[in-house]
Design a binder for this molecule. Structure first.
Ligand SMILES: Cc1cc2nc3c(=O)[nH]c(=O)nc-3n(C[C@H](O)[C@H](O)[C@H](O)COP(=O)(O)OP(=O)(O)OC[C@H]3O[C@@H](n4cnc5c(N)ncnc54)[C@H](O)[C@@H]3O)c2cc1C
Length: 404
């Protein structure tokens, strides 16, 4: 495989060995604090800086913006090594997986140079401002308005369910810049606008979570002045940019299969710790989860090949999202079943610690949290029902559902 900039590439296996060595040296020995707490988030941010300085923040992004200039197969190899090493979760998801690829597709050169290196080094944390209180699945009904005054937009409105909003520096938001066009067809007249959250008139209100974690927020805009130059893509054509963003969110996080494979290994650890390694039902479940994640892995390689050949994956991403969210849910639900009555207790419980090996107790420590996060994954980025609609209507071209 060759580097995109034409220079000779180390082959993927040599790169894999190099990554493995680097991770062995640099991955923090103990676990970091939870990224849902302000302190834990800062620790993760610091780790992202280490990754950036090591040249591993974004493997397949162009070198001029701080990436490594390799292809997607190197990205996948990196991710496989990353999860194998148990390295910390990445926390600038909005920037890394959504905004960065969008800037590369729709941004101006000035926008790329301004925002990409800072998001890679985690100097800027980005969040996504699409959903509004009455606009979730029906995103195009959004009402946040941006009225142009010279070289600026004046933004008023509210976003909600903003992941990382409590920790972020910037938000990329969908705003209505042409209400007239929107009255004809609601997908028109929307613009994708990047807003500095430190601007006067922005208020970020944390949303209390049932498990006490922080970071989720709602964002209010009152007469916020934003340079027109912060619009990504054509003004009024934000729907197209938004659909690409959701395509990236749903599908193309190349390498995340390695995370699920690691989770299946954790499930196997729980099976062993519960003394069920001869139990046909437990082994059947383990086999099913293993096959599910292997199918997903094969599909990730298939999609990488298509993407390297220039195929747009925005629609295929819906199949991917449906698949990975369901697989993830199956893994964590199976773990809860396996633990039986102990399943209601968290990893901190002394009863659980006594019943498991130390390694299995470490696995169980955040299983509940991950179970609930897997449930949420079936909602964020577009719910499973919406993915099924997209697959049936737009990929299979079956009859459309009735629309008002
Ligand atoms: C953990 C989490 C993080 C999130 N992070 C972000 C974020 O960072 N930024 C952001 O902008 N948003 C974020 N969201 C919001 C998310 O995108 C929305 O919750 C999602 O799009 C669904 O919208 P809604 O909650 O308004 O539900 P609704 O749209 O009201 O849907 C309610 C139910 O009706 C079903 N439904 C709706 N329409 C149809 C239809 N046409 N056919 C069949 N069924 C339908 C849905 O599937 C769902 O089950 C997040 C959500 C969660 C849970």
């Amino acid at each position: 495989m060759s580097l995109r900039n034409g220079a000779a590439a180390p082959d993927t296996e040599a790169f894999r060995a190099q990554v493995r060595g680097w991770l062995e040296e640099h991955v923090p020995r103990g676990p970091l604090g939870s990224w849902t707490s302000p302190e834990g988030f800062e620790q993760h941010r610091e780790w992202e800086r280490v990754l950036f300085e090591g040249g591993y923040a974004a493997i397949d992004w162009p070198e001029e913006y701080g990436g490594r200039g390799a292809d997607l197969f190197h990205t996948i190899a990196f991710a496989e090594e990353y999860y194998r090493a148990g390295a910390p979760a990445r926390v600038n998801m909005g920037g890394l997986y959504l905004l960065g690829p969008i800037l590369m597709r729709y941004g101006t050169e000035e926008q790329r140079r301004r925002w990409i290196p800072r998001l890679l080094s985690c100097e800027d944390i980005w969040c996504q401002g699409f959903s509004e209180p009455d606009s979730g699945s029906d995103l195009a009904s959004l009402r946040t308005q941006a009225v142009r005054e010279g070289d600026e937009f004046v933004v008023n409105g509210q976003k909600t369910w903003t992941s990382f909003g409590g920790f972020a520096d910037w938000i990329f938001a969908l705003v209505r810049t042409d209400p007239e066009a929107g009255r004809e067809k609601k997908h028109r007249g929307i613009t994708f606008l990047c807003v500095d959250l430190r601007s006067p008139g922005v208020e970020v209100r944390p949303l209390a979570m049932v498990d006490g974690t922080k970071g989720f927020a709602e964002v209010f805009f009152t007469d916020v002045r934003v340079p027109v130059a912060n619009a990504v893509g054509e003004i009024g054509d934000g729907w197209r940019v938004a659909m690409s963003t959701l395509g990236f969110e749903r599908g193309a996080v190349f390498g995340d299969h390695a995370k699920y494979s690691a989770d299946v290994e954790s499930f196997a650890e729980l099976v062993r710790a519960r003394g069920l390694d001869d139990d046909p039902l437990a082994l059947d479940e383990l086999g099913r989860l293993f096959v599910e994640t292997e199918v997903y892995r094969a599909n990730v390689y298939r999609l990488a090949e298509l993407s390297e050949n220039g195929v747009n994956l925005d629609l295929q991403a819906s199949i991917n999202k449906l698949y990975w969210t369901e697989t993830q849910h199956h893994i964590f639900a199976a773990g809860l079943d396996l633990m039986g009555g102990l399943g209601i207790m968290g990893g901190g419980s002394s009863v659980v610690r006594e019943a498991l090996t130390p390694q299995a107790a470490r696995v169980w420590a955040d299983w509940h949290h991950r179970y609930w996060y897997a449930r949420a994954a079936m909602i964020f980025g577009g719910t499973s029902e919406i993915q099924r609609n997209i697959i049936s209507e737009r990929l299979l071209e079956l009859p459309m559902e009735p629309r008002r």
